[in-house]
Design a protein around this ligand. Structure first.
Ligand SMILES: Cc1ncc(COP(=O)(O)O)c(C=O)c1O
Length: 424
């Protein structure tokens, strides 16, 4: 296999005289030494530039960062500072965004099963919008408003009933889905009537989301054409088209740019008679390529005629995507970022599962040794945020790098953290 394609690395990546990779002007090997491994390293300039690009393409009210992709207070603040609104899908995400100082009216509250306490927290904070997903949720809001909360501005999530080309676990707009009010059965139409009659909500718009890691702009446009008669006909002031724009993870993949996706979506809305203010909720497209994960090589097992297993100090607990979706990643050595990767390997974690793969088909330079720092690029989305404590493995720290400095934004967990909720 050839050298790592540079387009998979964060924006400020550069190679120093020794061949080491620097991000934000910082040598990754120094970061591994200073903060330990595994370690998530985010290029702050990359994050800011993607967020600013989204605002440029969609406008300040049209660009909504989907925090499920990666959330900590520093990230929430950054997205807000760059002018984005934030999509929060649970009471936990809401709490982190508020703790970061994001004004509640810049938050869009999501979730297909919002509990009363989550709705109460959203109403209490005064979130800008609630995206209602079911009739039961509407009743929960009505009950809370009867207690004295102000009627919130809401959008209804509709299920357009279309198939998209991505993993089935991340398609959300197909006819058989837990999300939203189905269009094909007439339930979306009924929900609009119901919300218009309710004195407990101010219906301002409709929402849809077709899936995640979608590469084909046509899939999005097809979705828009499907919902156009309904969305255009209801003529509500706002329409959110969801997120889902795919990103390249491995050599040879190409994704549409955020700018071209946003332009096509806006143009199509106009063409099909949707005159509402259009907003979108990119998550992965903002953060995925901003980060790399660093691991230390613990064992190298060459099995003649089979393969070479390289085991590192993380695994499915810091990146469950390969296990969940069969997702592919690349591997490289930060000490020799431009080197040819002649040795095929399988990069595995330290969990007690054969399925604990980080990279099924990886490759590294042939001089790989125990103790080396190995990295996986494009790990900024749905890695840290989907991480777990499986096998009581400690969650890794997160650093933001910029201008030659590293800033610890999430510290690594300790055994004391693990025991903090265990009452013995
Ligand atoms: C409603 C909604 N909006 C936005 C997103 C973000 O998707 P992505 O990170 O693929 O852009 C998701 C992801 O599942 C979602 O469910």
């Amino acid at each position: 296999m050839s050298a790592l394609p540079p387009n998979l690395l964060p924006l400020t990546s550069s190679q120093d005289a020794q061949g080491h990779l620097r991000i934000g002007g910082v040598d990754l090997l120094d970061l591994a030494a200073d903060f330990g491994t595994p370690l998530f390293v985010y290029d702050e300039e990359h994050l800011r530039s993607r967020a600013a690009a989204a605002v440029g393409a969609l406008g300040p009210d049209g660009a909504i960062y989907a925090t499920k992709a990666f959330l900590c207070r520093a990230m929430a603040r950054l997205a807000h500072e760059e002018g984005m609104r934030l999509d929060v899908a649970t009471g936990g995400e809401l709490a982190v965004a508020l703790a970061a100082g994001v004004p509640a009216d810049r938050l869009v509250m999501h979730g297909n099963n919002k509990a009363s306490w989550e709705l109460r927290a959203a109403l209490d904070a005064g979130v800008g919008r609630i995206v209602v997903d079911s009739a039961v949720e509407l009743e929960r809001i009505e009950a809370l408003v009867a207690e004295g909360f102000e009627a919130p501005r809401v959008l209804l999530r509709i299920n357009p009933g279309i198939e998209v080309h991505t993993h089935e676990h991340i398609t959300t707009g197909n006819p058989d889905s837990k999300f939203g009010f189905p269009l094909s059965t007439g339930q979306a139409q009924e929900a609009v009537q119901r919300a218009r009659r309710s004195g407990a909500v101010e219906l301002v718009g409709l929402h849809m989301h077709i899936g995640s890691q979608v590469f084909s702009v046509d899939n999005f446009l097809e979705g828009l054409r499907t919902v156009a008669p309904f969305v255009g006909g209801e003529d509500l002031p706002e329409f959110i088209v969801g997120g889902g724009l795919g990103v390249a993870y491995v050599e040879g993949e190409e994704a549409p740019t955020l700018e071209s996706w946003a332009a096509a979506v806006r143009q199509t809305c106009e063409d099909v008679g949707i005159h509402s203010a259009v907003a979108a909720e990119p998550g992965r497209a903002i953060v995925a390529q901003a980060a790399v994960t660093l691991y230390e090589v613990g064992t190298i097992k060459f099995i003649p005629g089979v393969r070479t297993y390289v085991a590192v100090d993380g695994g499915m607990s810091d990146n469950p995507r390969p296990v969940l979706y069969g997702s592919g990643y690349e591997t490289f050595l930060p000490r020799a970022v431009a080197a040819e990767r002649e040795m095929p390997i399988r990069l595995v974690g330290k969990h007690c599962e054969s399925g604990d793969l980080i990279v099924r088909e990886g490759a590294v330079p042939a001089d790989l040794a125990v103790g080396d720092i190995v990295a996986t690029p494009v790990t900024g989305a749905y890695g840290h945020s989907m991480g777990s404590n499986y096998n009581k493995v400690l969650r890794p720290p997160v650093v933001f790098v910029s201008g030659g400095e590293a800033r610890l934004v999430v510290r690594g967990e300790t055994v004391a953290d693990l025991l903090a909720t265990d009452l013995g």
